[in-house]
Design a protein around this ligand. Structure first.
Ligand SMILES: Cc1ncc(COP(=O)(O)O)c(C=O)c1O
Length: 374
C-alpha cells in the first residue's frame, strides 16, 4: 500500500496548503502591478485555505482585506502588524472602538457608516484610513456618484485619511455591461480634483485590465492559483500555482460487468467490463455533488515515482465517497492516492464539470477535512 495521504487519522482525506505557491502567486501580482500596493483578500477563511496558511504564505503582502472584525482580532493576536482592511466596513456602530484598537482601515459604503464615523471623529486618537466605496455600476455596495463627492468631503473634514474605491462587475468578461472601461470612466470623472489614493482592481482586472489597477490592488482568487473566469488556460498563461491540493485514497475497488450501474440513482452504466475505484471524498467534504461523469481526478501510480494519470469520475457523488473509472489506471489499487484538485487537476476544471466556479469549491471545503500547511 502507498504512503497514506494522512497518517494521523483513519479516514484518508487531506487538504495540503502550499505556502510556496502563495508566495509565488503574490510575486506574480507584484510583477503585474509593480506600482501598486497589495491588499491580499482573505475573506471566507482565506477562500477556504485557513487564515494560518494565508498569514504564513502571504506575509510579505502590504495588507490583508477581510470581512469580519473577529478575523482582524485573530490576525493581531497572531502578530500581524501590517494593515488590515475591513472590506465591508463596520456592520454595527458599536464596533468603532474595537476597529480603532485593532488599527483597521475601513471601507465606507453607505450613509449610516458615514454618520458613525462622523460621530466618532472626536474619539480618534490615531489616524484612520477610509476607503470610500463608489457604486460605478455593479449596484452591490457603494455610494452613487451623485452622493460621492459630498460624502468624501464630510469624512475628510472629520479628519479621516481618504482613499477612493470601486469594484468591477465584469473584469472577467469582455462584452458584458457595465464594462471595466465604463466603470473606470465614471469613477475618474467623479473623483476629479479629490486627491487621494485609489483601490480598484480584483484578480481579473489585475490580469487583463492594466489601465485599471489603482494604488492598491485587491487580488483574491489569483493568490490561490485559481481563475476568475473559470478557464484554467488563463491561469496557466499567468503562471499561477494551485495553493490547495485536496487528496484522498482509493478505499475499495469494484469489478463491474457491462451493464452494471454505479451508486445512487444508477446514473452511470458500465459499457464494458471495468474496474471502479471508490474514493474517500464526498459532498460532505466539499466535493460538488453536481459533478458530472467525466470530472477529472488524478490517480497516483506507485510503480512510477510521482507518476499518475487522470481518470474520470462516474456516477453520482455521495456524502462520503465518489467513484472513478480506472480503465486508464491498471496499476491503481486500494491505497492509491487520488488528487481531487491541486497541481494535477485544476479546481477550475472540476468547477466547470459541476456548473460552478473554483471560488465556490475552494470556500466550501468542509471543516471535517484536515488541513496541513506545507
Ligand atoms: C471588494 C472586493 N475586492 C476584491 C475582491 C477579490 O476578488 P477576486 O477574488 O475575484 O480577485 C473581492 C471578492 O469578491 C471583493 O469583494
Amino acid at each position: 500500500m502507498s504512503a497514506s495521504v494522512n497518517s494521523l487519522i483513519n479516514r484518508p482525506i487531506l487538504a495540503s496548503i502550499h505556502s510556496h505557491a502563495f508566495q509565488h502567486n503574490l510575486n506574480r501580482v507584484r510583477e503585474l502591478a509593480p506600482e501598486s500596493k497589495i491588499w491580499s483578500v482573505i475573506k471566507a477563511r482565506a477562500y477556504g485555505h485557513c487564515f494560518e496558511a494565508a498569514l504564513k504564505g502571504l506575509e510579505s503582502t502590504d495588507g490583508f482585506a477581510l470581512l469580519d472584525i473577529q478575523d482582524a482580532v485573530w490576525l493581531r493576536e497572531n502578530d500581524w502588524e501590517g494593515r488590515i482592511l475591513l472590506l465591508e466596513g463596520l456592520f454595527h456602530e458599536s464596533e468603532m472602538d474595537l476597529s480603532q484598537q485593532l488599527h483597521c482601515d475601513l471601507v465606507v459604503h453607505c450613509e449610516a457608516q458615514i454618520e458613525w464615523l462622523e460621530r466618532y471623529a472626536d474619539k480618534v486618537h490615531k489616524p484612520i484610513s477610509v476607503f470610500l466605496k463608489m457604486n460605478t455600476g455593479m449596484n452591490r455596495l457603494g455610494l452613487k456618484p451623485a452622493a460621492y463627492r459630498t460624502a468624501f468631503h464630510r469624512l475628510h473634514a472629520a479628519g479621516y485619511r481618504m482613499h477612493h474605491m470601486t469594484h468591477f462587475a465584469n473584469a472577467d468578461q469582455i462584452d458584458r455591461q457595465p464594462t471595466v472601461d465604463s466603470q473606470l470612466e465614471l469613477f475618474n470623472q467623479t473623483i476629479e480634483g479629490l486627491e487621494a489614493p485609489t483601490s480598484l482592481a480584483n484578480s481579473a482586472a489585475i490580469l487583463w485590465h492594466r489601465n485599471a489597477l489603482g494604488d492598491w490592488v485587491r487580488p483574491g482568487i489569483m493568490l490561490y492559483g485559481a481563475s476568475p473566469t473559470g478557464l484554467y488556460s488563463d491561469i496557466e498563461h499567468a503562471h499561477l500555482k494551485a495553493v490547495m491540493q485536496l487528496q484522498s485514497e482509493i478505499i475499495d475497488i469494484q469489478d463491474l460487468q457491462a451493464g452494471d450501474r454505479i451508486g445512487y440513482g444508477g446514473r452511470y452504466e458500465a459499457s464494458e467490463n471495468m474496474r471502479i475505484g471508490i474514493v474517500a471524498c464526498g459532498y460532505a467534504d466539499g466535493y460538488p455533488r453536481q459533478a458530472k461523469d467525466g470530472a477529472p481526478v488524478w490517480v497516483g501510480d506507485d510503480s512510477k515515482a510521482g507518476g499518475g494519470i487522470i481518470c474520470p469520475i462516474v456516477g453520482r457523488v455521495s456524502m462520503d465517497m465518489l467513484s472513478v473509472d480506472l480503465r486508464n489506471a491498471p496499476n491503481a489499487k486500494i491505497g492509491s492516492i487520488v488528487e481531487l484538485w491541486g497541481d494535477q487537476v485544476p479546481v477550475d476544471e472540476v468547477a466547470r464539470m459541476s456548473d460552478t466556479i473554483g471560488y465556490e469549491l475552494l470556500c466550501a471545503v468542509a471543516p471535517r477535512v484536515p488541513v496541513v500547511i506545507k
